[in-house]
Ligand binder design. Sequence first.
Ligand code: PGA
Length: 252
Amino acid sequence: MTRQKIAAGNWKMHKTLTEGQGLAQEIRTMAESELMSNATLMIFPPFIHLQSIAKQMEGSNIIVGAQNMNENEQGAFTGEVSASMLTSIGVKHTLVGHSERRQYYNETNASCGAKIRTSLKHGITPVYCIGETLTEREANTHFEVVKTQLLALEGLSSEELSKCIIAYEPVWAIGTGKTASAEQANEMHIHIRSVLAALSNADCANGISILYGGSVKPDNAKSLFGMSDIDGALIGGAALQSRDFLDIAKSF
Ligand code: PGA
């Protein structure tokens, strides 16, 4: 089973519009001249840059997605952005449940499940972010925690599930410079795939791309991507430098 290989850059709350356009352009230019593999590049700029950067990336293979999306269709939800707003500007991918959103904005497995359902209804691919905290890992509950997070997908048909991307990001490895070892990450990816298989079937689970995130850099990407069940990366800090982002994308 060949799964889509993905290098995805989460820009978080970084870059002004001009800076963001500059970064996107550098990534496009470098990808067009250097990227020989069939890896898919995705970038997730802040909401306010989406329309402009999505337009700028037209005609390239670079996918532009949102960092979040509200689960409701529309209404009195000040400050929020809906699925149809995203599709109206050509955006068809969104992160869901990034650990920073769970930590600072009280997102839960239930709200993530609702966002995933709304996104799929609108033809938006959710990149569902899961992962345990350091306390959970030290208590040896990490497999259980991740399984519970995945239960947000329970009830989706295999067809719907096959449209999802999973990003495993151990919270203790995000922005800390501490990466899970390739073996540690792969062990969890295999667990995730087995939970996905239980939620659907082995064929469906084998087709789903599972990305690793947490301090991915050009110097550790190759060993991570060499593992059986790691299909790419969700990259924070290193995605803010076009050179580093491309070097990671070239590590497949
Ligand atoms: P990092 O962030 O690469 O800076 O650790 C990853 C993420 O939060 O998606």
